[in-house]
Design a protein around this ligand. Structure first.
Ligand SMILES: NC(=O)c1ccc[n+]([C@@H]2O[C@H](COP(=O)([O-])OP(=O)(O)OC[C@H]3O[C@@H](n4cnc5c(N)ncnc54)[C@H](OP(=O)(O)O)[C@@H]3O)[C@@H](O)[C@H]2O)c1
Length: 222
């Protein structure tokens, strides 16, 4: 459960009717122009955008703002072993506006860390397990001035946040098609809960639609 000193977390995603956030070969092209504008607007309201290394390796996003003037925010990548290519867009694209923080485990190699620190990338260590400990990470980010996070996936990182009930709000865009595929990434991957009763509950706070897309907003039930 969340305490007071955690950032507010908004999970944001575009998915197909069947809950896929990319196709089986990783085609991520779900949003239309209007949806991208809405996502970029949401980005103007947060202190940081967070993604998993899977999303960086598959899409190489810039995680910037195209449609609005804005003074910037942090880009946060969860990358347990610091495997991110040093020429990724989140490293090289406009670091003066969107500084990047990479979160790794305690086991990260000092040599690799130095290479990234030389590029002014902040490295935060959280947890001794095989993956970054998101529960421990939240208060650390809060202490670093990050009070609101836009969690932009992918499915495996979303699961870690859902599992530990760290998601305060969900913004979902549902595209009007079905892509199928057992290998296509779903909104939430991971092990999953055994019983419905174990899962965090949300209250539907807004419903909208345009161009056959449905836009949903949920708030976590206290
Ligand atoms: N439609 C949308 O809105 C949307 C948004 C974002 C992404 N996507 C799609 O999602 C796909 C990527 O999703 P993905 O599930 O493969 O990757 P992901 O969730 O972006 O990243 C998962 C990776 O993050 C690292 N990680 C570090 N700590 C973690 C933790 N505590 N919990 C979970 N992961 C942690 C792990 O790699 P290490 O063990 O190596 O650290 C893990 O394999 C792409 O195809 C992308 O296009 C779609």
């Amino acid at each position: 459960m969340k305490g007071n000193k955690h950032p507010y977390v908004i999970l944001s995603a575009a998915m197909t009717i069947d809950g896929k956030i990319a196709s089986k070969i990783g085609d991520p092209d779900i949003s239309d122009e209007e949806d991208w504008k809405a996502v970029h607007k949401l980005r103007t309201e947060v202190d940081a955008i967070m993604v998993g290394i899977g999303t960086i390796l598959k899409d190489n996003p810039k995680l910037h703002i195209k449609y609005f003037d804005h003074s910037g925010y942090y880009r946060i990548v969860l990358d347990s072993t610091l495997s991110i290519p040093i020429n990724s867009n989140v490293i090289k694209y406009k670091p003066e506006i969107y500084p990047t923080i990479i979160c790794i485990t305690e086991n990260g190699s000092m040599e690799k860390i130095k290479d990234f620190e030389l590029k002014n990338i902040k490295i935060i260590k959280s947890g001794k397990g095989s993956r970054v400990d998101v529960v421990k990470l939240m208060p650390i980010l809060y202490q670093n001035g990050i009070k609101k996070i836009l969690l932009e996936g992918g499915g495996n990182l979303n699961w870690s946040f859902i599992k530990d009930n760290l998601v305060d709000e969900i913004r979902l865009t549902i595209a009007p098609w079905i892509v199928g595929g057992v290998d296509a990434i779903s909104l939430v991957e991971g092990e999953g809960f055994s019983k419905m009763i174990e899962s965090p509950r949300f209250i539907l706070s807004d419903v909208d639609h345009r161009n056959n897309y449905v836009i949903l907003k949920y708030i976590r039930r206290k």
